[in-house]
Design a protein around this ligand. Sequence first.
Ligand code: EPU
Length: 300
Amino acid sequence: MVYNFLQDFCSEREIEIRFNEPMSLHTSLRIGGVAEVAVFPQEEDLPALIRLLKSKSISYVIIGGGTNLLILDGGIEGVVVFTKKMNNIIGVEDGNLIVQGGCNLQRVVSMCADIGLSGMEGLAGIPGSIGGAIAGNSGSFGYEIKDNIDFIDVLYPDSAIKRLRKSEIRFSYRSSNLPDDCVILNASFSLKLDEPTRVIKVTKEYLNEKRLKQPLNQFSAGCVFKNPEGLSAGKLIDEAGCKGLRIGGIQVSRLHANFFINVDNGTAEDFLRLMDLVSNKVKEKFNIILEPEIRIIGKS
Ligand code: EPU
């Protein structure tokens, strides 16, 4: 088998490896064809793993929480490297918090609230991993994850590990200049010490507000399109009459029009067709071209 070398590497190091892995098991949309190989390494195995894949010219993608992601129905050729096992809280001292990139963002947000660290409250309710949130500069309510970053440790495809201070990273609205094929190993945040009861209260308020406005309990990839400067994509989609529109198993949410929900075994094909339909309607009505916020990968 083509991947014998990888299976040997993984069994030597006790890394979980799966073949023909349905990516729908790993995305918040519950969509995605099969990946040839999925591996779930720990941080210490990553540099050697990436070197090995490079030396064999095997393509790979890095996946964190799978939450801002549409994986096409033809799946992924090559290897998917998951960061979900790199999920330790490395240290908390005074207002400084260091966590691994594969940590779930909401676990970190609630831990900060419980121990009285302020600064993460506005990120309440955003799904995904710390690494994914940093790479895409996730945000809500005027907060962005970049706000409290001190530094991150990044593994590059040539196996170099570099510490990047916040000033060395270019963050912009829902994006950063960190390349797709790098892995965010650790992130350090500078937060403010505060009363846990106060931080918990503020975090809960943000979460409640989000629950009222966004379909957090349904299968989605968060906001599908970026907000055009000074405007809300959700409002434009709503005013173009798209709420409730459905193609196959995917529907425009009636709660927030910039969320597309997988209501009944939807496919990536359904999702893309609905994106086209919605953006055409917005273009017709407002002459505005919506740009996707979600990352789209894989074979159609
Ligand atoms: N609105 C409508 N109809 C809708 C949705 C919204 O009329 O279907 C109106 C609202 O009533 C409000 C305005 O549009 O007057 C703005 O809506 P909202 O406060 O929900 O914010 P948004 O601009 O739609 C942005 C982010 C969200 C983030 C919220 C809260 C983007 C694309 N969206 O949404 O981020 O949670 O603000 O801060 O940046 C994401 O990035 O995945 C995401 C969900």
